[in-house]
Design a protein around this ligand. Structure first.
Ligand code: A2H
Length: 257
């Protein structure tokens, strides 16, 4: 990583009210706006293409109240960092309302800001790190090789789905959405580069690294948004505008680490 802090956008993925985990129900008072998975991304301009949310089955997550009366779910490490960034009432402190393993949170229906899909679901990804971001990743398989490879794994491997209790309706309808034009790859740059490099699964670490190197910076400088309010705008120009709009609408926050 470079010098200085990394800036992430935290996307607020709200769990449908009728699927709030039982452990949290005693904490749902009339002043609470909702329960959100806080997903850390470097690519807020890709949120049109969200198809699901990734959690690691064996990572521990906590739920805590923010000073804007949301309940956030993240790793304890990220919760602590957020407390030092004035996300909570008392500087440097958060109170864990409940703890979860990722495996307890699969198959939850979520509202994802800007997504083409009205509802998306929490699914397992084995390559999530517990010491980066919030341990929660929103999935954009059109533009992220990691997300595309993990989505293909869960779509193609019945035993993986059965192990984690993932039902077909949570994955079958969710194809990558064309959101950014990137020549010479076209409008689905991650699936295209994954096919070119013959990436078989999320465990093909070296090839996935190569895929990311091929398209990540290139998308920032040469990509053109092809959906939504910023259609025909360069990623380079739209990124900050889309991020600021999400923040002003209360659907995202800035987080550093
Ligand atoms: B990105 P950096 Cl479309 N473990 O968001 C593994 N991956 C994580 C993570 C964790 N704990 N926390 C965040 N990430 C992912 C969008 C995206 C991302 C696109 C394309 C590339 C891309 C949609 N997923 O990242 O190592 C998140 O995925 C390529 C680098 O901290 C986040 O942005 O620089 C990115 O990795 C943060 O990676």
């Amino acid at each position: 990583e470079g010098v200085g802090p990394q800036e992430y956008t935290l996307i607020k993925l709200r769990i449908h009210n009728d699927h709030i985990p039982a452990k949290l129900l005693p904490h749902i008072t009339s002043s609470i706006n909702g329960v959100f998975l806080a997903a850390a991304t470097l690519r807020p301009e890709t949120m049109y293409g969200q198809t699901n949310c990734w959690l690691h089955p064996d990572i521990r997550y906590v739920a805590f109240v923010t000073r804007s009366h949301d309940i956030f779910i993240s790793t304890p490490r990220a919760a602590r960092n957020m407390a030092y960034q004035e996300f909570t009432d008392v500087y440097g402190h958060y109170i864990a309302l409940a703890e979860f393993l990722g495996s307890e949170l699969f198959g939850l229906p979520l509202y994802a800001p800007l997504s083409y899909y009205e509802t998306i679901y929490t699914l397992p990804m084995m390559t999530i790190k517990d010491d980066k971001g919030t341990g929660i990743v929103t999935s954009v398989p059109s533009d992220s090789p990691d997300d595309f490879a993990a989505l293909m794994d869960i779509k193609n491997k019945v035993n993986l789905r059965e192990k984690f209790g993932i039902k077909e309706p949570m994955i079958i309808p969710f194809d990558p959405v064309p959101i950014i034009e990137l020549q010479p790859y076209g409008r689905l740059s991650a699936p295209t580069v994954c096919a070119q490099l013959k990436i078989q699964s999320q465990n093909d670490r070296d090839k996935l690294q190569q895929a990311k190197e091929e398209i990540y910076l290139k998308s920032f400088y040469d990509g053109i948004i092809v959906v939504g309010e910023y259609t025909n705008t360069k990623v380079y120009d739209a990124k900050k505008l889309i991020r600021d709009e999400l923040i002003n609408d209360g659907q995202a926050c800035i987080y550093y680490e």
